[in-house]
Design a protein around this ligand. Structure first.
Ligand SMILES: *Cc1c(COP(=O)(O)O)cnc(C)c1O
Length: 340
């Protein structure tokens, strides 16, 4: 058995999901007549409470298309220092859109401080880039943003004439953790990008949600960046299946993450913190290289090399997998320390 804790992206489509894909009705989505893609877009828009949705191959492309639509050449967006759109998407907004990021600190609760946002908005003057947009992320490194925050930051952004985008790759986890509908989180934003290929377990796909007018323009940018797909209903069917069957069960992933964090915290000298489906494991000075032979022998796969490891639970990790992982870490630590 392999216990792959690298990310919630490593899941394999279930047999039932594959059946749904095989049975999907399809058309040509570039002509807009793939019924399964259209159903997925409508379903996401429904869940998030927006007018419409646009299916894209990845979360990276979804965020990029949102940025290209919100901002023009020489415009600027305010974003967290280690936000995915800024730090993990190849600088796409700058490379392809000539859009300048204005990064600011991310607070421990995953939010951007509205006062700091205020302080970096540029005056309308020929010297400065035009600040157009604020970009949030929920969950942020697993942390579910406080539900009340979204309205506060939206009011502040609007008072400065800025639009608001949410990178909601894991909005599903945030909704479960906060026990609210996704639409409660999405409500204050102009646009929200969601991933189907993380905790929801679809093999591929994201949906950008917003107003019809915005998405008409975004549709053009999707074509420009090569995201127009044909019989995409085959993969959209997996997304629809995931929305119907894998959203509520994210609570299991959160419980499993807690179980993992508790188990690992019982091992000297580890300390852990846990948010939704992510465990941050501080190795307490133990070198990862000393642990990795036993971990690989036991089939426990992790990403990175410390001193803090991010471990992520998902659809293919059950309680017995958690217990195996904790056991493997315990054995690895025992083996790493010189016997007295
Ligand atoms: C994974 C992720 C993305 C991008 O999704 P891909 O489908 O991998 O391109 C964007 N934002 C966040 C927060 C993510 O975790």
């Amino acid at each position: 058995m392999t216990v792959d804790l690298r990310s919630d992206t490593v899941t394999r489509p279930t047999a039932a999901m594959r059946s749904a894909m095989a049975a999907a009705e399809v058309g040509d989505d570039v002509f807009g007549d793939d019924p399964t893609v259209n159903a997925l877009q409508d379903r996401c828009a429904d869940l998030l409470g927006t007018e419409a949705g646009l299916y894209l191959p990845s979360g990276t492309q979804s965020n990029l298309v949102a940025l290209l639509t919100h901002c023009g050449r020489g415009d600027e967006y305010v974003v967290g220092f280690d936000a995915h759109t800024y730090s993990h998407e190849g600088g796409g907004a700058a490379a392809l859109g000539a859009i300048q990021p204005q990064p600011i600190a991310v607070e421990p609760d995953g939010t951007l401080d509205p006062d700091v946002i205020d302080s970096v908005v540029k005056p309308r003057d020929a010297h400065f880039a035009r600040t157009r947009l604020v970009c949030l992320e929920d969950t942020k490194s697993g942390v579910a943003l406080p539900v009340g925050y979204h309205r506060v930051v939206a009011d502040r952004a609007r008072s400065r004439g800025l639009a608001l985008h949410l990178d909601g790759a894991r909005i599903w986890n945030s909704a479960v953790a906060n026990a609210v509908d996704e639409s409660t989180i999405a409500g204050p934003y102009d646009t929200v990008s969601v991933c189907l290929s993380k905790g929801l377990g679809a093999p591929v796909g994201s949906v950008l949600c917003g107003s019809k007018a915005f998405l008409d323009e975004a549709h053009r940018w999707r074509k420009v960046v090569g995201g127009g797909m044909r019989q995409a209903g085959i993969i959209a069917a997996a997304g629809l299946y995931a929305l119907d069957h894998h959203r509520a069960r994210l609570a299991d992933d959160h419980a499993n993450a807690q179980r993992l964090a508790d188990g690992l915290a019982g091992i000297e000298p580890f300390t852990t913190s846990v948010h939704t489906n992510m465990v941050m494991l501080d190795l307490g000075g133990v070198a990862f290289e000393a642990l990795s032979p036993v971990l690989s022998e036991r089939g426990v796969v992790t990403y990175g090399s410390g001193p803090v490891l991010r471990l992520v639970t998902h659809l293919d990790i059950d309680e017995s997998a958690i217990d195996l992982a904790v056991d493997a870490f315990a054995e690895a630590v025992r083996g790493s320390q010189p016997r007295r």
